[in-house]
Design a protein around this ligand. Sequence first.
Ligand code: HEC
Ligand code: HEC
Ligand code: HEC
Ligand code: HEC
Ligand code: HEC
Ligand code: HEC
Ligand code: HEC
Ligand code: HEC
Ligand code: HEC
Ligand code: HEC
Length: 470
Amino acid sequence: MLRSTGNIVQRLVQKVWVYWILATLLACGFMGYALTADRSPAKRIFLPGKTTHGHYQIELDCHACHTTSFEMKQDACVGCHVAELKQCKDTHPATKFIDPVNAQRLKVLDATNCLTCHKEHVPERTYPMGLSLPTDYCYHCHTTIFEDRPSHQGFAFNSCQTAGCHNYHDNRALYENILVKHFGEPDVLENPHVPSRDYHDWLKSRKQLGSPLTAADQDSKLPADEITTALAGWLKSSHSTAGVNCSGCHQPPVEVGDTEVPQTWSESVALDVCSGCHKPEAEGWLGGLHGMRVADNFPPMQVCDARLPMKSAAAHRLLTCNSCHPAHQYDTHLAAVQACLECHNDDHSLAYTRSSHFELWTAETNGKSPAGSGVSCATCHMPREEGAGRIVVNHNQNANLEPNEKMVRSVCMNCHGLEFSIDALADPQLINKCFEGSPAKHIESAQMAKDWFDRKQRERQERLNRRNSQ
Ligand code: HEC
Ligand code: HEC
Ligand code: HEC
Ligand code: HEC
Ligand code: HEC
Ligand code: HEC
Ligand code: HEC
Ligand code: HEC
Ligand code: HEC
Ligand code: HEC
C-alpha cells in the first residue's frame, strides 16, 4: 500500500517535471516570438511604461525608434520630425549649438540631443509632448536675461515658457517683429474671413478638369437597383461635375509598361486611389493622429483604441478618408463639423455648438453670410494654407495643435488681432468652452515688445540728434 502510494507520488513528480519543462519551453518560445516577431502585440510586455499621446498608436513599431538591442536609434526623432521643425523655423535647432560660440552652453544642457528634453514610456515623469524638463531650463542658457532686458526683472526663473510668451522651437507668432507689427489691432478685424478654396479654378487653369457627367454617362455596369444611392450621391458631387466617373475610383487604371490597363471592379476604394488624385490632402492626413498608423504600415486606427473621449456609437469605426467624406457625396460642409462630432466627445468639442463661431458657421452654411466668414472645427484644425501652388486644406490636424500658438497665424489672425488671439489661446478654460466668452487675462508681451522697440527708436533718434548737433 505504502509502496504503491510512493510509486504514484514518484510518477506524479516525474509528470510535474515534464509539465514544468513544457511550460518553460512554451514561455521561452513566447518570449522568443515576442522579442523577434516584428510588431507583435506581445512586445508590449517589454515597455517600461505607457507610451506618450503622440506615439502610442505606433508603439508596436519598436524599431522605428530602437535598435534590436533597444538602444535608441541615432536620428530616429529627427527622421520623422525634421520637416516640421524646419517649417516652424525652429529657434533652437541642434545646428545652432555646433557653433563654438554656443558650445559652452551645452555643458549645462545638451540641446543637440532630443532626449535631453523629450522622454518616452515614463508617464510619471513627463508632461504633454513627452517633456521632462526642469521648468527653469531656459534660464540655464540665458543667464544674462535680466540685465539684457530690464522689462524682465522680477519675472520668475521658470516663467519664460508661460503660455503666450515663448516657445522653445516654434516662435512664429511670438517673435518681436511680429508682436510690434500687429500691436494694438482690434479684437475682431474688419471683414473677418479665411481664404477661399481654389482647387476647382486651379484644375481648370491647368486644363485638368473633365466635362460634367450625367446619369447616362455612369460606367459602372452594375444593375440599376444596386447603385441607386451611389448614383444619386455621385450626381450631386463635384466628382461627377469634374468628370470623375465610377471607374475613376472603382477601377483605377494600372500602368503596364507604357499603357494604362483598367482593373476589374472593386467595391472598396483604397487610400492610394484617393491619393492618386489628392496627394497633398493624403500626405497631410498621414502626418497626424488620424492617419499616422497607416503612414507606418499599420491597419487604420479604430475609434475604440483612442485615449481621448469618443462617442460610443463610433467605437468600431476605422479612420480613413471616408470617416469625414462618406462615399459618393463628398459634402465638405458636412465633413467640417457633423463628421467630427460623430466621433469626438470631449468637453471642448461638445461646447462648439454653443459658441459664436458656430453661429457664424451656421450663417455661412445657410448662405446668409459670405463664404469663409464662418468658423467650423475644420477652420481651426484643418486650416486652408498656401502650398503646391494653390490653397490646400491641411489634413494634418496635429500640425497646428501643440503648442497652440501655432494656430495664431494660420487661423486666428485671418479674423482677430494678434494680441486677442494670443490671450484667447493662453486661457485653458476658454479652450475648454470652445471660445465662448472673453479671454481671462491679457498677456503683456506685445506691449513689452512695443516699449522695447520705442525705446530703441528713441535712443537711435537721440544719437542722431547728438551727431547732427556736433
Ligand atoms: C517613438 C519612439 C519609440 C518607440 C516606437 C518605442 N520606444 Fe522605447 N524608448 C523611446 C525613448 C525616447 C526612450 C528613452 C531613451 C532614453 O531615455 O535614453 C525609450 C526607452 C525604452 C526602454 C528603456 C531603455 C533604457 O535604457 O532605459 C525600453 C525597454 C523600451 N523603450 C522598449 C520599447 C519597446 C519594447 C517598444 C515597442 C513595443 C518601444 N520601446 C517603442 C522611444 C520609443
Ligand atoms: C515613425 C515616425 C516617428 C518617430 C521615429 C518619432 N516620432 Fe514623434 N511623432 C510622430 C507622429 C506621427 C506624431 C503625431 C503627430 C504630431 O503630433 O505631430 C508625433 C508626435 C510627437 C510629439 C508631439 C506629441 C504630443 O503629445 O502632441 C513630439 C514632442 C514628438 N513626436 C517628439 C519625438 C521625439 C523626441 C522622437 C524621438 C525619440 C520622436 N518624436 C520619434 C512620428 C514619429
Ligand atoms: C532644450 C529642450 C529641448 C530639446 C533639446 C528638444 N526639444 Fe522638442 N520641445 C521642447 C519643448 C519645451 C517643447 C514644447 C513646445 C515648445 O516650447 O516649443 C517641444 C516640442 C516639440 C515638438 C512638438 C511640436 C512643436 O513644434 O513644438 C516636437 C515635434 C519636438 N519638440 C521635437 C523635437 C526633436 C525632434 C528634437 C531633437 C532634434 C527636440 N524636439 C529637441 C524642448 C526641447
Ligand atoms: C541649451 C541652451 C539654450 C536653452 C536651454 C534655451 N536657449 Fe534660447 N537661445 C540659445 C542660443 C544659443 C540662442 C541664439 C542667440 C544667442 O546667442 O543668444 C538662443 C536664442 C533665443 C532667443 C532669440 C531667438 C531669435 O533667434 O530671435 C530667444 C527669444 C530665446 N532663445 C528664448 C529661449 C527660451 C524662452 C527658452 C526656454 C523655452 C530658451 N531660449 C532655452 C540657447 C538656449
Ligand atoms: C470619388 C470616388 C468614388 C466614385 C467616383 C464612385 N465611388 Fe462608389 N464608392 C466609393 C467609396 C469610397 C466607397 C466605399 C467603399 C468602402 O467602404 O471601402 C464606394 C462604394 C460603392 C458601392 C458599395 C455600396 C455602397 O453604396 O457603399 C457601390 C455599389 C458603388 N460605390 C457604386 C458606385 C457607382 C455606380 C459610381 C458611379 C456612379 C461610383 N460608385 C462612384 C468611392 C467612389
Ligand atoms: C480620378 C481622380 C480622382 C479620384 C480617384 C478621387 N478624386 Fe476627389 N476630386 C477629384 C476632382 C477632379 C475633384 C473636383 C474638383 C472641383 O471641381 O472642385 C475632386 C473633389 C473632391 C473633394 C471636394 C469636394 C467638394 O465639393 O469640394 C473631396 C472631399 C474629394 N474629392 C475626396 C476624394 C476621396 C476621399 C477620394 C477617394 C475615395 C477621391 N476624392 C478620389 C478627383 C478625384
Ligand atoms: C471616425 C472618427 C473620427 C472622426 C470623423 C474625426 N476624428 Fe478626430 N480623432 C479621432 C481619433 C480616434 C483620434 C485619436 C485620439 C487619440 O489618440 O486619443 C482623433 C484625433 C484628433 C485630434 C488630435 C487630438 C490630439 O490631442 O492630438 C484632433 C485635433 C481631431 N481629431 C480633430 C478632428 C476634427 C476637426 C474632425 C472633423 C473635421 C475629426 N477630428 C473627425 C476620431 C475621429
Ligand atoms: C477629419 C475629417 C477629414 C478626413 C479624415 C479627410 N478629410 Fe478631406 N476634407 C475635410 C474637410 C472638413 C474639408 C473641407 C475644408 C474646408 O472647406 O476648408 C476637406 C476637403 C478635402 C478636399 C478638397 C480640397 C480643396 O482644396 O478643395 C479633398 C480633395 C479632400 N478633402 C480629400 C481627402 C482625402 C483624400 C482624404 C484621405 C486621405 C481626406 N480628405 C480625409 C475633412 C476630412
Ligand atoms: C476657434 C478654433 C477652434 C475650433 C472652432 C475648434 N477647436 Fe478644437 N482645439 C482648438 C484649440 C486651440 C485646442 C487646444 C490645443 C492645445 O492647447 O493643446 C483644441 C483642441 C482640440 C482637441 C484635443 C483635445 C484634447 O483634450 O487634447 C480636439 C479633439 C479638438 N480640438 C476637436 C475639435 C472639434 C471636433 C471641434 C468642432 C466640434 C473643434 N475642435 C473646434 C481650437 C479650436
Ligand atoms: C473666419 C473668422 C474667424 C476665425 C478664423 C476665428 N474667429 Fe474668433 N470670432 C470671429 C468673429 C467674427 C467673432 C465675433 C463674434 C460675435 O461677436 O458675435 C469671434 C469671436 C471670438 C471670441 C469671443 C467669443 C465671445 O463669445 O465673446 C473668441 C475668444 C475667439 N473668437 C477666439 C478665436 C481664436 C482663438 C481663433 C483662432 C484659433 C479664432 N477665434 C478664429 C471670427 C473668427
